[in-house]
Design a binder for this molecule. Structure first.
Ligand SMILES: [Ca+2]
Length: 312
């Protein structure tokens, strides 16, 4: 299997040009990422941002505390943020990046990012989108662009969580092959919104920022799904040196959980290794009998289920 490379560079916003500063946009402080400068601009937040102007006693662009709320990074010390809606005016911000390589025509991709609604916001949206473009995305001078995102993420209950990070994902995107740049944001002219009462964690936002649906964003992933993973369905653990071990190579995946069940549905073996090796014994070391066993292997992007015939 080829390595499951994330095609999003600097995917957790940790690689900084300089610490984010309140007068700057993400373009000035974060490698790879950019935002259209002639309208709203995506922001960058990092825990290193201590030279910043102080708002309510905290750095404007800091982590966890910043001008619009308080949030620890989902990963590392930095994240990004965009306004998807601001009440009463036409205003949107977009977060863009050039992919490490273009997506492949016909290939299937797992796509995900994490969001958290900023604490001071009194609105939340339920639709977010991801737009792929062949050339640099430019919002132009319009608040609401006429771009149709290839992927729409819709929450049945609005994205209201201000405490935790919410994982947003799509595991079935089939590429056209002209996807060089990705842009995250709200692509509806007038998004569906819900009004929120201030929660206990309320922190004041500056200016009109609290009248917005402003989301922190962290850990953006685009990973090609493996179409041709072959998992053996028979092995012969009789110590004759031939096919004695059932091996599955999941190297490249970050998280692997393999469970093997007997025909009564009991887990008899478990592995979190990227190269799974089962020698036909239970986790406690007892030899398993001839017969059919069942595997379930879950990774961060995929789930495989099937059966294995054990022959001694
Ligand atoms: Ca991060």
């Amino acid at each position: 299997m080829s390595a499951q490379q994330n095609l999003v560079p600097n995917s957790s916003f940790e690689d900084t040009i300089t610490c984010p500063y309140h007068n700057y946009t993400i373009n000035y402080s974060c490698h790879n990422w950019y935002t259209s400068l002639n309208y709203g601009s995506a922001d960058h937040f990092c825990s290193c941002s201590n030279k910043d102007s102080i708002i309510f006693g905290y750095p404007f662009s800091g982590v966890p505390r910043n001008f619009i709320g308080s949030q620890n990074a989902q990963h590392g010390n930095c994240y990004a943020g965009i306004a998807t809606y601001v009440g009463g005016i036409t205003f949107k911000e977009y977060l863009s990046v050039k992919l490490i390589e273009p997506l492949k025509t016909g290939a299937k991709y797992y796509i995900s990012f994490n969001i958290s609604l900023a604490d001071s916001c009194i609105y939340a949206v339920k639709n977010l989108g991801m737009l792929f473009t062949s050339s640099v995305f430019n919002q132009g001078s319009f608040g609401v662009p006429s771009f149709l995102p290839q992927i729409k993420f819709t929450s049945p209950t609005f994205y209201v969580d201000k405490i935790n990070w919410t994982l947003i994902s799509d595991s079935n995107y089939v590429a056209n092959g002209d996807e060089n740049y990705l842009t995250i944001g709200s692509f509806e002219a007038v998004p569906d919104t819900i009004s929120l009462s201030f929660p206990h964690s309320f922190v004041p936002g500056i200016g009109n920022s609290y009248k917005s649906a402003y989301y922190y964003i962290d850990d953006v992933k685009i990973i090609e799904k493996s179409p041709s993973l072959i998992i053996a369905n028979v092995f012969t653990p009789n110590m004759d040196g031939i096919n004695d071990i059932w091996i599955c190579d999941f190297s490249g995946f970050e998280n692997v959980n393999c469970l093997i069940y007997n025909r009564w549905g009991n887990v008899i073996f478990q592995s979190n290794k990227q190269i799974i090796q089962w020698d036909g014994r239970t986790t406690s070391g007892n030899e398993c009998n001839d017969g059919i066993y069942f595997y379930c292997i879950e990774t961060e992007t995929e789930k495989y289920k099937g059966h294995i015939q054990l022959i001694r």
